[in-house]
Design a protein around this ligand. Structure first.
Ligand code: ADP
Ligand code: MG
Length: 251
């Protein structure tokens, strides 16, 4: 198995406050990593550092054996052939003034310098894949939350980055719309798309993850395949218990 991501001793501060403390882990190509943990534990910041959306204060992020420099580089053509990461956000981040198809084309034209025709073909292919081909000329405001998020996923798939990151992709959705998005993510996991997913869907994480990381207070508390079924650390146990309790309480 090929190692696609290596994070070594990553530290991140915001205004002198340490947010991520000495984070180290690795991910193989084709694997799905799920990150769980309480609010404020640094999950989003970690994803943002891996996506080069935040600078880092110490440590390394190595993607596909290339040291990722912690400032935003101007894309050149050569680099643009192979985008390291793409990201799906909680609140979709679609461009409201572009149709579904244009949203998916725009990313490719910008990031990969694809021509219009090729970008359009790939956009339609990806819309078919997520089952929204018939919505290609719709504007985001005329889609449901679940549909918007599926479009955001299609936009990333069109780029076909080495790693696809998702930050709580279903947290902004009404409960009845969560399933359709999880279904798409599950398919991708089955196809061995390399993914890092921050989620509070504990049962889902358990089902699809090759590896789970539990974070608390800026640190990895424990990681592995078995974190949800067989947590070893007291903090992990408490988190999972609270979760189950809350889940039961909602029913
Ligand atoms: P999570 O995603 O696990 O809820 P975050 O990564 O969003 O956690 O936040 C971790 C900590 O970093 C929080 O205490 C948050 O207030 C702080 N933080 C996040 N972004 C910023 C920022 N841009 N400036 C200052 N503090 C931030
Ligand atoms: Mg977050």
């Amino acid at each position: 198995m090929k190692e696609i991501l290596k994070v070594e001793n990553l530290c991140k501060k915001f205004n002198k406050e340490i947010i991520l403390k000495d984070i180290s882990f690795s991910l193989n190509e084709g694997e799905t990593l799920c990150i769980i943990g309480p609010s404020g534990s640094g999950k989003s910041t970690l994803l943002r550092c891996i996506n080069n959306l935040e600078s880092i204060d110490n440590g390394k992020v190595i993607i596909d054996n290339n040291y990722l420099i912690s400032y935003v580089k101007k894309l050149n053509k050569k680099l643009a052939q192979n985008i390291n990461t793409t990201m799906v956000f909680q609140d979709f981040n679609l461009f409201p003034n572009m149709s579904v198809k244009e949203n998916i084309m725009f990313a490719q034209q910008k990031a990969l310098r694809r021509g219009k025709k090729e970008a359009e073909e790939i956009a339609i292919k990806m819309l078919k894949k997520i089952g929204l081909e018939e919505k290609q000329d719709f504007y985001p405001c005329n889609l449901s939350g679940g549909q918007k998020q599926r479009v955001a996923i299609a936009r990333c798939l069109a780029i076909n980055s080495k790693i696809l990151c998702m930050d709580e992709p279903t947290s902004a959705l009404d409960p009845e719309l969560v399933g359709e998005v999880l279904k798409v993510i599950k398919e991708l996991s089955k196809e061995n798309k390399t993914m890092i997913i921050v989620t509070h869907e504990i049962a889902f994480a358990k089902e699809i993850a090759d590896k789970i990381i539990f974070m608390d207070n800026g640190k990895i508390i424990e990681s592995g395949k078995d974190v949800i079924d067989n947590p070893k650390n007291e903090r992990t146990k408490a988190f999972l218990e609270r979760f189950n309790y809350n889940k039961e309480a909602k029913k």
